[in-house]
Ligand binder design. Structure first.
Ligand code: GTP
Ligand code: SPV
Ligand code: MN
Length: 592
């Protein structure tokens, strides 16, 4: 028995006073026992075991359906180290405050000890965590999302090098909810929520907030990115990683199915949410997916938009906050089949389409093992990871940003990432559809000062002999009537084709004020009007002048911690934009 671990478990048990302590081994027998208990207590419901074998449903309280960013804290000794974008609490205050909530909170409950591995077994890049929780639902999800149990305990051995992740439901009330990160102690304490990103502490807490802190110290990057291999008809595979904010298309892009006209192309899924990126000895950037499962958005997932996801979630899946049909199957908005005549909605109430209410919560999710994905890559558990040739940044913007552009180099790419913006979604509590700055899709997940984070990106690039090319994409541009201009989903491969060809130095490009845009895009077999195409690539100079002002104000919030290189890139863009008259053809670089 690892003495560091047993001492810590004892300490937490003294605080929380559970009736029992269960050490998770990750076995099949344990899974059935946990499920039986969850079903008996009403915490989960069985779905039809003939139609959806091994699938279960969970409904959460209405105020616990998404991440709560306002209750998420970085607790560093010095406030400056958390930076202007994070909520900060002094470590002592946080431990004290949360101890009061944890105190006796597990009486009459079982404390589950979940050792888990983030990253492939045997990878030098993998990290170990141990989560303590009183939630069976969380334990069952951790079992899917991480490599959990005996395997992690053995990998840990007698080492003290693991992230201490304490989670408790307490009363699940908002005023008792805090998600606190102590990067200096390699510790996370989360209480009062059982929702994914708040409660599955291997995910956003360890892999991004604590991970980004570790990465800065150790020379690697922890990113909110999907990873996929794009295979062309000749069989060449090019790996891309893409950062898009929550609910902005990472899962869909990671398991994309090519359109019928792109014969011979294939997409190989490595990861759908998180990438750990390490500079390799060959001067390239190598990516692993630290997770073992997908915690995907249900609404909008259909046979048409994401057939791979639909295939993988027919078995061994935990559904959260979807509609249950009388047959014991599931339904959600945008699933592509007509609504059932009746069902039980995500709130647990009788539902009919006529009521006009959401059947599933807009942030309803499925949890499913990665190995069940039909497009999973042969390389997904490669301990060395895969070499990344292109990085994509993108947000959900109805205007401003063109479909795609290539930045002029690493620093310009870092600048494009740092100034990213996106409309808010249902993945976090609060108003949706509001444009906000979300640098590298990491605004809610960066565990330290974001100015330093940008510096770390700049430094990392300078050290790579063969850095990935960096692109900006926007699948979400709309016309004046509010319709998406671009079909998205599988059709995004047309843009990826140009990106991988650029990464290999093959495809042509035209200069624009923002960077390079495609000379030619493969639109074979796609009906897209000239007008729509023009709008997708329109760069509105007036809009960009205003945008530069927003960016300036945003970048100023980082004070003198912001690296000079970012200001340099802002100045270059400013110069290009101001040289271009309003209404001019912004495709042509003024310098040309
Ligand atoms: P998180 O798990 O929250 O990090 O989300 P994600 O980035 O993985 O987003 P996901 O792929 O789950 O997509 C979120 C929503 O956007 C879903 O409803 C999708 O159907 C929709 N979506 C994804 N890709 C596209 C696209 O290319 N075009 C359009 N219009 N919608 C898309
Ligand atoms: C996100 O919100 O970015 C997610 C879901 O991927 S959660 O695990 O809740 O963070
Ligand atoms: Mn995410």
């Amino acid at each position: 028995m690892n003495p560091f671990l047993s001492r810590w478990v004892e300490e937490i048990a003294q605080l929380t006073c559970p009736e029992k302590i269960h050490w998770c081994d990750g076995s099949e027998g344990e899974k059935s026992a946990l499920l039986q208990q969850a079903l008996a207590s009403g915490g989960m419901e069985e779905l039809s075991q003939t139609l959806l074998p091994g699938c279960y449903l969970r409904r959460t309280p209405e105020h616990d359906t998404a991440r709560t960013e306002q209750l998420t804290f970085i607790c560093t000794g010095k406030k400056e180290d958390a930076g202007p974008t994070n909520n900060w609490m002094a470590p002592r205050e946080a431990y004290e405050k949360l101890s009061l909530i944890f105190d006796h909170s597990m009486a009459e409950r079982t404390l589950y000890v979940i050792p888990f591995l983030m990253g492939p077994l045997g990878s030098p890049y993998s990290r170990i965590g141990v989560q303590l929780t009183d939630s069976i639902y969380v334990a069952l999800n951790m079992r899917i999302m991480t490599r959990m149990g005996q395997v992690a305990l053995e990998a840990l051995g007698n080492s003290n090098n693991f992230t201490r992740c304490l989670h408790g439901k307490a009363d699940l009330e908002m005023h008792h909810r805090f998600i606190c990160h102590f990067p200096e102690d390699n510790t996370v304490w989360s209480v009062g929520s059982a929702y994914g990103g708040n409660a599955l502490l291997g995910k956003k807490s360890l892999s991004l907030r604590i991970g980004s802190w570790m990465g800065q110290k150790e020379g690697w990057l922890a990113e909110h990115m999907m990873i996929a291999g794009i295979e062309d008809p000749e069989g060449n595979i090019t790996y891309v990683a893409g950062a898009f904010p929550s609910q902005c298309g990472k899962t869909n892009l990671a398991m994309l199915v090519p359109p019928p006209s792109m014969k011979g192309w294939k997409v190989h899924t490595i990861g759908d949410d998180i990438a750990w990126l390490h500079p390799g000895p060959d001067g390239r950037l190598w990516a692993i997916n630290p997770e073992a499962g997908f915690f995907g958005v249900a609404p909008g997932t259909s046979q048409k938009t994401n057939p791979n996801a639909m295939a993988m979630i027919q078995k061994n899946t935990i559904y959260t906050n979807v509609l249950k049909t009388p047959e014991g199957t599931v339904w959600w908005e945008g699933v592509g089949t007509p609504p059932p005549e009746q069902g039980i909605d995500w709130r647990g109430r009788h539902w009919t389409p006529a009521q006009g209410e959401h059947a599933a919560h807009p942030n309803a999710r499925f949890t499913v093992p990665a190995a069940q994905c039909p497009s999973i890559s042969k390389e997904w558990q490669n301990p060395q990871g895969v070499p990344v040739s292109a990085i994509l940044f993108g947000g959900r913007r109805a205007g401003l940003q063109p479909l795609v552009y290539e930045t002029s180099g690493w620093n310009a790419g870092v600048y494009a990432g740092a100034t990213m913006s996106s409309e808010t979604t249902a993945a976090a509590m609060g108003q949706t559809g509001v444009v906000r700055r979300d640098p590298m899709a990491m605004l809610p997940f960066c565990g330290y000062h974001m100015g330093q984070y940008f510096s770390h990106w700049i430094r990392t690039g300078a050290q790579l002999q063969n850095p990935p090319k960096i692109f900006h994409v926007n699948w979400f541009r709309k016309d004046s009537k509010g319709n998406f201009l671009w079909p998205g989903f599988g059709e995004n491969l047309r843009v990826l084709q140009w990106i991988v060809e650029r990464a290999r130095g093959e495809a042509g490009a035209r200069a624009s004020v923002l960077g390079y845009i495609p000379e030619h895009l493969n639109l074979d077999g796609l009906r897209l009007s000239q007008n729509a195409f023009g709008e997708l690539f329109n760069i509105d100079i007036q809009e960009w002048r205003e945008e530069l002002e927003y960016r300036k104000r945003f970048l100023e919030t980082f004070g003198n911690v912001l690296p000079e290189e970012i200001w340099k890139e802002q100045a270059l863009l400013q110069e290009n934009i101001s040289k271009t008259p309003i209404g001019a053809d912004a495709y042509v670089h003024p310098a040309n």
